[in-house]
Ligand binder design. Structure first.
Ligand code: FES
Ligand SMILES: [Fe+2]
Length: 373
């Protein structure tokens, strides 16, 4: 049976207080309702910190890449050695998109009538218009968006009203500082579109319950379900440890700062709504999600390594394993997307706190805090 919006939100309200032992799944309509998706667009997508890429994708002054986030064309650009800006990629003259793809430029030139901007968005030249007495170049710069870099990842907040990301992540920063994610360099990235609700994908990445089942041949030997362990969430993050079996040979190289316990597990973390990742030793694997509809989500998957591991012979094996596991999840989530449309599905008890209820409740709690205002 399909539920109306207020019924779905009543369910979500119960997660304002987390009870891991009694946690149940949200009703299927939470994942299939256009009304919920519209509410998410209104209250979540523009108001949160959204990961767009890594700083090592734009190492030099003038390096840039472009993207479109919820109808907002953006340029992510390194303006100086130590500053990254996110600018509107819309020309202030007549609204043309200015830059495409990625590259390096000294200035940003609109293809339509050649208005030219500095790397920081200031207008440098507007041919034949700049003689007009009423023309004020100060008023014609490209607007910039709130930007923050954390762990080498670049985030944007479209509405500019979010509390600083670093404050929201302070607990996670302490947990992960020994891994030196800021110094890691992206060695693999690939984009695809999955036909499922974006929340199903985020939840799937963030629970250990399915590891020994969906990933029997791939992840179960490395990070089996039984060694999953929930850790307490913070304002802007939640996650779990995905433990390695004791007899597993050492996985790759380790930074000398790592403590013995850091070498026994991956730290799986989510910076909701759209960034999920797993850090193990010298490597971080991650997804950035971008919903394109209630049942369609664009996924960027990537791997970054500590720089000295650029020629790591195990890199290709790590990429292959990541691609296989993502393909397994994609196939599984397509089946869930079909099932969620059934009229015969309600809510169900979740697996125990360490395996499922912990992180899924934390996610629901985050969504309750943002959507129920
Ligand atoms: S729209 Fe960019 S110069 Fe005219
Ligand atoms: Fe998975």
């Amino acid at each position: 049976m399909s539920m109306n919006l207020s019924n779905i939100l009543d369910h979500l309200r119960s997660y304002e207080d987390i009870d891991y032992d009694l946690a149940r799944s949200m009703p299927p309509d939470f994942y299939t309702s256009e009304e919920i998706f519209n509410l998410e667009k209104e209250r979540l997508f523009r108001s949160q910190w959204i990961c767009l890429g890594r700083i090592d994708q734009i190492p030099n002054r003038g390096d840039y890449f472009t993207t479109v986030l919820f109808d907002e064309p953006l340029i992510i650009i390194r303006t100086t050695v130590d500053e990254i800006k996110i600018l509107s990629n819309v020309c202030r003259h007549r609204g043309s998109v200015i830059m495409h793809g990625n590259g390096n430029r000294e200035s940003l030139i609109c293809p339509y009538h050649s208005w030219t901007y500095e790397l920081d968005g200031a207008l440098r030249n507007a041919p034949l218009v700049n003689k007009r007495p009423d023309f004020d170049p100060e008023k014609c710069g490209l607007p910039s968006f709130s930007t923050e870099v954390w762990g080498g990842f670049i985030y944007v907040n479209l509405d500019g009203a979010a509390t600083p990301l670093s404050d929201q992540l302070s607990g996670l920063t302490t947990m992960l500082e020994r891994h030196h994610m800021d110094d890691m360099v992206q060695r693999y990235s690939e984009e695809s579109v999955w036909n499922c609700n974006w929340k199903c994908l985020a939840e799937n990445f963030m629970e250990g319950y399915h590891l020994s089942s969906v990933h029997r041949e791939t992840l179960h030997p490395v990070t089996p379900t039984r060694l999953s362990q929930h850790f307490p969430p913070g304002d802007g993050y939640f996650g779990f440890y995905s433990g390695f079996p004791e007899d597993l040979p050492q996985r790759g190289k380790y930074h000398p700062d790592l403590l013995p316990e850091d070498k026994t597990r991956s730290v799986m973390f989510a910076i909701p709504p759209f960034h999920v990742a797993g850090v193990a030793g010298h490597k971080v694997s991650y997804l950035y999600l971008r919903p394109e509809g209630v049942d369609k989500v664009r996924v960027t998957q990537g791997i970054a390594l500590l720089e000295e591991d650029g020629a790591d012979p195990k890199l290709q094996a790590a990429i292959d394993l990541f691609k296989r596991t993502m393909a397994e999840d994609h196939a599984q989530l397509s089946q869930v997307a079909l099932g969620l449309k059934s009229n015969h599905l309600g809510t169900a008890p979740l697996g125990s706190k360490d395996f499922e209820a912990g992180t899924i409740s934390d996610f629901y709690n985050f969504l309750a805090r943002k959507l129920l205002q």
